[in-house]
Write a protein that binds this ligand. Sequence first.
Ligand SMILES: *[C@@H]1O[C@H](CO)[C@@H](O)[C@H](O)[C@H]1NC(C)=O
Ligand SMILES: *[C@@H]1O[C@H](CO)[C@@H](O)[C@H](O)[C@H]1NC(C)=O
Ligand SMILES: *[C@@H]1O[C@H](CO)[C@@H](O)[C@H](O)[C@H]1NC(C)=O
Ligand SMILES: *[C@@H]1O[C@H](CO)[C@@H](O)[C@H](O)[C@H]1NC(C)=O
Ligand SMILES: *[C@@H]1O[C@H](CO)[C@@H](O)[C@H](O)[C@H]1NC(C)=O
Ligand SMILES: *[C@@H]1O[C@H](CO)[C@@H](O)[C@H](O)[C@H]1NC(C)=O
Length: 419
Amino acid sequence: MRVNTRLAALGALLLPAASAQSSGGTGSSTATSIKAPDENGFYWISSEGIKAAFIPYGASITKLLIKDQYGIERDIIVGWDNATAYENPDVHPHLGSVPGRYANRIKNSTFEIDGETYHVEPNENETPEAPQGANTLHGGPNGWDYRNFTVVSKTEDSITFSIVDPDGEQGFPGEVISYVTYTVHDCTWDIKMVAIATTKKTPIMLSSHAYWNLDGFGNNETNTVLDHTLYMPYSGQRVGVDNILIPTGDILANERGSVNDFWSAPKQIGADLDKPEAQGNCGFNCTGYDNCWLVNRAQNGPYDWRTSGPVATVHSPWSGIQLDIYTDQDAFQVYSCNGQDGSWPIKSENQGQSDNPELRPVVEKYGCVVLEVQDWIDAINHPEWQRESRQIFGPGGDPYVLQASYVFSINSTGTGTSS
Ligand SMILES: *[C@@H]1O[C@H](CO)[C@@H](O)[C@H](O)[C@H]1NC(C)=O
Ligand SMILES: *[C@@H]1O[C@H](CO)[C@@H](O)[C@H](O)[C@H]1NC(C)=O
Ligand SMILES: *[C@@H]1O[C@H](CO)[C@@H](O)[C@H](O)[C@H]1NC(C)=O
Ligand SMILES: *[C@@H]1O[C@H](CO)[C@@H](O)[C@H](O)[C@H]1NC(C)=O
Ligand SMILES: *[C@@H]1O[C@H](CO)[C@@H](O)[C@H](O)[C@H]1NC(C)=O
Ligand SMILES: *[C@@H]1O[C@H](CO)[C@@H](O)[C@H](O)[C@H]1NC(C)=O
């Protein structure tokens, strides 16, 4: 079939040689390379100091196990206990998934390419005038993370998923074929996403939407991430948004010492939430963060994203776990779980274990933080930002590529200060 032939050809082009063997099959083939999931439907990969699990639904990460500074293994990702739970139609917080074909929000579910206007499916901010929603979030009501990707390759330390997104799906022009490869090694999680617009020009922006709690909810004094420090050394600016988080077009300054300043020094996520400017910072009546910071570093000279320093560092003084995020992407969205309210349970394994009975085994408000490597949000509606080469892709042009490395280490700074 046409699609499978394409997948095979692209697979050969884009993937490590070892995986191309399995790319042609829909049926039985290649039991040698595709290992079965565990009883919860999770596909595991592992290497020195790190284990991670994934599901085909949304190509989502479901578990990430790292040892804390005392040698206790903690699952530092928010999620459900089994693959089935991810397909609950009533609760779909994009847990650990790959939002696509266009992550974050599209204003009025509308964009223009070469003078032609496209309307995509809305799915957020319902109003009487727009009962389905005033905008599109994460690719629409049947975005990529509502679908099963195909497992095309699986080794001990690596897994590759693919998806074929047909022309017209959710209103987007043209077919898109994408591969997502996750690899672990040396306390590091590597992500590579490639996507190709095979038939028409179309917007593409992907990300990884994992929710983190670097204590694995094991901290006996808090269930929140408000004590985690966040540092984004290249992010003196952010994208201005309206009260439903749609970019206005304005690029805002994160003045030194302001609520959104995480560039001048590392700062605890909760440090400024009592300040008046924190109110409404993440939309209507919302106190916290749900913002897109720009990553500006070309002015410092040529850089190699793998070695020129992380775009973001998050550290928990309690577990000692530090996460350094390296990426080739030019923006970084942070969501501080302002909307969580204790209605999600934590997982039944490798989470919790605190001996404080006052802490409920649930995800509280500010109980996690989502860290999204991506491009400037809704740039398809802001041609004045001149992001077209990073957001609009078409046949014959360069593919869309996202690369990131999540490096874990132990940093004992701060240990003991709170007890
Ligand atoms: C799957 O996990 C959810 C909670 O995450 C639980 O309620 C449900 O019973 C589990 N289902 C199976 C089949 O284990
Ligand atoms: C918003 O989208 C609707 C159709 O979905 C369209 O009729 C309207 O013109 C759009 N408004 C703007 C300001 O683009
Ligand atoms: C995804 O795959 C699972 C397991 O085969 C299946 O139960 C589920 O219905 C599929 N979901 C979708 C949206 O296709
Ligand atoms: C948390 O654990 C530490 C170390 O075991 C202990 O000193 C402290 O009293 C505990 N706090 C609570 C609230 O249980
Ligand atoms: C604002 O948020 C608070 C706390 O989240 C809530 O109790 C209140 O009802 C909200 N107010 C409005 C006008 O939505
Ligand atoms: C360790 O964490 C502290 C506080 O978050 C931070 O200031 C320091 O730079 C970190 N150390 C390293 C080596 O990253």
